[in-house]
Design a protein around this ligand. Sequence first.
Ligand code: TXA
Ligand code: MG
Length: 321
Amino acid sequence: MPLTDDELAAAVAVLAAGGLVAFPTETVYGLGADATNTAAVREVFAAKGRPLDHPLIVHLGDASGLDAIVREPSAAARTLAARHWPGPLTLILERRPDAVVDAVTGGRSTVGVRVPAHPVATGLLSAFGRPVAAPSANPFGRVSPTSAAEVREELGGACDLVLDGGPSAVGIESTIVDCTGPEPEILRVGGVTEAELATSLGTTVARRERPTGAPGTLDAHYAPRVPLQVCDAADLPAVMAAAGSDVGLIGPAELVDGRDGVLGAAESDEHYARELYRWLRAGEARGVDRIVAILPDDAGLGAAVRDRLVRASRGAAEADG
Ligand code: TXA
Ligand code: MG
């Protein structure tokens, strides 16, 4: 569902005036502001309640704008951009000092850049013509939104405009690859799989182990409103026996079908990623005592699902974003 010319003009006017526009992407909805306007970028942090040292991703309508934002991307970065943009991949690169305001990157010398693959995002970004800083459109510590209704519910009051592009097709945030070092490194597993990165580069890409509690270096961390317990498939019987009665269950369809309290039955890793956040929200809305989620294997899109579930299950104690 593309935007009408009037909707597009209204959204561009809001961004140009320093306002906030929530917009759909293929991963999750973003909360966008003009990345060249310090006051507008500060509004994004304020709206989310996000600490100022957690940098925002800069979104572009197409890859041709990259060289205006960053300095000397490596050959690997250029390859990844060529193969995966538009798409669910964020590249961390050395920034040009004046391309975006310091508030976007929390003063860092690097910047995260992404070209999303969603017609509404592309239309908005291309028409606006400037880089748009956008974190996921959720309050700090909440699950990322994959529909316009979820954005309106939790952040509606802070947005000047919420663009509706339907449910997010990928459902989980972009893969972040740091291309500032000698070898690219994965900072966050996400919508582009490790196998896809390896195919593009002709070599595997390592995941960087992220220290816990280091501010600004970690992902936004979702702390569920009801306890979330994760387990591998083999442990499900023991976990369910100990979990009590009012459990909401999420997992691969072949393991959860026919059980009580099923919130989500994933037919594939892609389906699991697409619906994961909706299912977690459904568990909260239903007010279950506990959500139990069966972890997919640490491969393909399952790796990103697993990563988000494990982090969420660690709860507020480790919340960092
Ligand atoms: O799929 C996505 O990436 C979504 C959509 C809206 O594009 N955006 C998103 O943004 O997930 P956010 O702000 O929720 O997560 C951005 C992540 C954070 O973990 C942040 O620390 C990291 O990107 N990041 C941004 N700039 C960085 C930089 N210069 N160096 C290291 N990490 C960076
Ligand atoms: Mg986020």
